[in-house]
Design a protein around this ligand. Structure first.
Ligand code: GLA
Length: 375
């Protein structure tokens, strides 16, 4: 059975809960990151693309704040002045607070949201929510905001207000994506370059859900900051870890205690890999790009230690079954694996990977594909 579109779901949910029609609708996509993991908070390059799954927010002006999600149909009273509640509605409150702090007058609103982005699957459902809500609320008060401002508002909502110490990749791709292209973002300057990507990207969900706020991502971020501080104490002058060049690695590894050395090795090798992978994609060389995906996964598994058994099994299976490449995408500790594979063998490869997974974990992982979608 095909599900109704998120726009229809959000609109009918709004009508059901608030007995009126919404005045505006906005949407934003989730993403996968082709390569460049954990580089956006270390000043390195990332190469994400938007997926063709979106979060929709519909809204109408009101005296107070209420929001409802199609996930559970519970209308939540929002208190932007009060403490966070510890759930998804904190992202909505975060966006309200950040917009207000920028002088945008927001008296109140009713919102309904619906999404086809899987939640907790490492596909940036939170950035899609924040960008869609930011767009809907600014439309409601007749303010036009640029994609850059929207991404910035969503970033501060997630980072400052919800407390996930993310970088800027997810919000940026959600706001800037164009159909048919991945986006190479140099996060030290926020310079962006589109890299055409015509083919399919397969997504295999591990079914292991990760919760980022206060979790492992924040720990990794701290480790990276500590490593940078130690490097500087030893006279290695760099603005960020991704600015270390591979020839400095040996020296840095002598200075850093475990596990910081391994974390930095991931950052330095991943930075080089991401730039060459983007060049391979620009030339349409999928076999070469794929090799970088496999290498990137090994680096996440061994050095950054952000993988999980389920993802490792899928990536190993993709390798044995003849895929060009596969790797865990997004923050990690669960989430989803992406895979690039030749069209002639894709159906068989996916089925074999699912079967390998079922034999190990007793359940079938969701598998679907996307093309690079618009923001
Ligand atoms: C999460 C964060 C991003 C990025 C990735 C890892 O998705 O939100 O900013 O750091 O993890 O690459």
């Amino acid at each position: 059975m095909t599900r109704a579109s998120p726009l229809r779901l959000a609109t009918s949910l709004f009508a059901e809960c608030f007995a009126s029609r919404p005045a505006v609708a906005a949407s934003a996509p989730g993403r996968v990151n082709l390569i460049g993991e954990h580089l956006d908070y270390n000043g390195g390059p990332v190469l994400p693309l938007a997926i063709d799954r979106r979060t929709v927010a519909v809204a109408a002006p009101a005296e107070s704040w209420e929001v409802v999600s199609e996930m559970d149909g519970q209308v939540i009273d929002l208190r932007p002045e009060g403490p966070n509640r510890g759930g998804w509605s904190d992202y909505v409150v975060g966006v309200i607070r950040v917009l207000r702090s920028r002088g945008i007058t927001l008296p109140g609103a009713r919102l309904a949201v619906a999404s086809s982005v899987p939640i907790g699957a490492g596909l940036s459902s939170s950035a899609a929510l924040a960008v869609a809500v930011g767009r809907a609320l600014t439309m409601l008060v007749g303010r036009r905001v640029s994609a850059g401002d929207l991404a910035d508002v969503a970033y501060h909502a997630e980072h400052d207000e919800v407390g996930v110490e993310c970088g800027r990749m997810d919000q940026t791709i959600s706001a800037f994506a164009e159909a048919g292209s991945a986006l190479l973002i140099e996060t030290s300057t926020m310079e962006m370059r589109r890299v055409p990507l015509a083919g399919k990207v397969w997504v295999l969900e591990t079914g292991v859900s990760h919760k980022l706020s206060g979790g492992a991502l924040n720990t990794r971020r701290r480790e990276c900051e500590d490593a940078l501080a130690i490097c500087r104490e030893h006279g290695v002058r760099v603005p960020a870890l991704a600015a270390l060049v591979p020839s400095q690695l040996e020296q840095v590894l002598r200075i850093l205690p475990p596990p910081l050395g391994a974390r930095v090795r991931h950052i330095v090798t991943e930075t080089a890999r991401t730039r060459t992978a983007a060049a391979a994609l620009a030339q349409g060389n999928l076999p070469e790009l794929g090799r970088f995906l496999f290498e990137g996964h090994e680096s996440l598994r061994l050095d950054f230690q952000s993988s999980c058994d389920e993802a490792d099994l899928l990536v190993a299976s993709a390798g044995r079954r003849g895929a060009f490449g596969a790797r865990l995408t997004g923050a990690g500790w669960g989430g989803a694996v992406i895979m690039l594979v030749a069209q002639e063998i894709e159906a068989r490869t996916v089925a074999e990977m699912q079967e390998d997974f079922r034999q190990a974990f007793g359940r079938l992982p969701e598998a679907w594909w996307t093309k690079a979608a618009a923001g």
